[in-house]
Design a protein around this ligand. Structure first.
Ligand code: DON
Length: 312
């Protein structure tokens, strides 16, 4: 372990990563299986860190909002952990890496409707079911949860993206109905899908996103307002899940290259956690074949190398 970079050295590193990002702009493509996502300018890059004392540093397009997509699966799981007993969650969804694409159906059939983990689509739909079955207005509650965690009171849904996802829902609907057929989904499937898509459609920028997950670097306490989000044990459990399952069938490669708990979304965002120090959010819309941001992952490798510290 080396000493922390001071403020100016870290800022210089973030600026350099942002300046170097266009080197990745000849690779990958924007997710277009949800048409509204395909309209984004592919050549954005933003990066932000939120220290455990709540200071924020950023570079590039870190103040431009993007579709957070699957990153919301982390916030949704946290909401479920706050509201439900552990058994009510973990009797319905596993905690093992899937080794499969985020929207794969194969394993769900073989494993009789029990998703491998809460971060693949089937698992996130299951967590959404847990929430809508217990909370009267899940969409409102999730939005308030994101506003509180990020410290931004105008974070909200992008209705166009949510509608576009609903119009192209076939695969997620198939996952949800398969779980329903196995008796592992309680609520009305269309309500679960609508709520899940609204969560995915939330627009946030890198600074807001880094703030919203800073509690994961801070033993479960949100550094913005000192409130406890989850316990230290739950923080460790969440980070373990992020490390093993956060990047789907690329989780091993991400751990190899970056060595931090992380979560990606097909909007091009990736969050990563440096426990005890900072949360990070990078965003760049060009994706690799696994649905993960190419420039984002590259920048995280550079950040970890530049900081000279890894928890692993
Ligand atoms: O379920 C979907 O297809 C999207 N709303 C979310 C997928 C996603 O972000 C996967 N992550 N890399």
């Amino acid at each position: 372990m080396t000493a922390d970079l001071d403020h100016d050295a870290l800022q210089a590193l973030l600026d350099r990563l942002s300046k170097d990002a266009p080197r990745c702009f000849n690779e990958g493509k924007v997710a277009d299986y949800i048409p509204a996502l395909g309209e984004v300018d592919p050549n954005h890059f933003g990066i932000a860190v939120c220290h455990v004392d709540a200071r924020v540093q950023y570079a590039g397009d870190a103040l431009t909002r993007f579709s957070i997509q699957s990153i919301v699966k982390v916030h949704a799981l946290v909401l479920a952990m706050q509201r439900l007993a552990p058994d009510d969650i973990w009797s319905r969804v596993g905690r093992e890496p899937s080794g499969q694409a985020f929207n794969s159906m194969v394993q769900l059939e073989v494993e009789r409707g029990v998703p491998r983990n809460p971060f693949i689509n089937a698992g996130a739909l299951l967590v959404t079911d847990l929430l809508v079955s217990r909370i009267v207005s899940t969409q409102y509650t999730l939005r308030e949860h994101l506003r509180r965690l990020s410290g931004s009171d105008d974070v909200g849904f992008d209705e166009r993206v949510a509608r576009s996802e609903m119009d192209h829902k076939a695969r997620n609907a198939a996952l949800a109905y398969l779980m329903k057929a196995y008796g592992n989904l309680d609520a009305d499937v269309e309500t679960v899908l609508d709520t899940y898509f609204h969560g995915c459609s939330v627009a946030m920028n890198c600074v807001e996103m880094a703030r919203s997950v800073a509690f994961l670097a801070n033993r479960g306490v949100n550094p913005l307002d000192g409130s406890r989000v989850v316990s230290p044990v739950e923080t460790r459990q969440l980070n373990a899940l992020l490390l093993t399952c956060g990047l789907y069938d690329a989780a091993g490669d991400f751990a190899w290259r970056v060595g931090l708990p992380g979560k990606s979304g097909v909007g091009g965002g990736i969050i990563a956690i440096l426990p005890g120090r900072m949360s990070i959010c990078v965003w760049s819309p060009r994706l690799d074949g696994y649905g993960n941001s190419i420039a984002g992952r590259h920048a995280l490798e550079g950040l970890v190398e530049g900081i000279g510290f890894s928890p692993l």
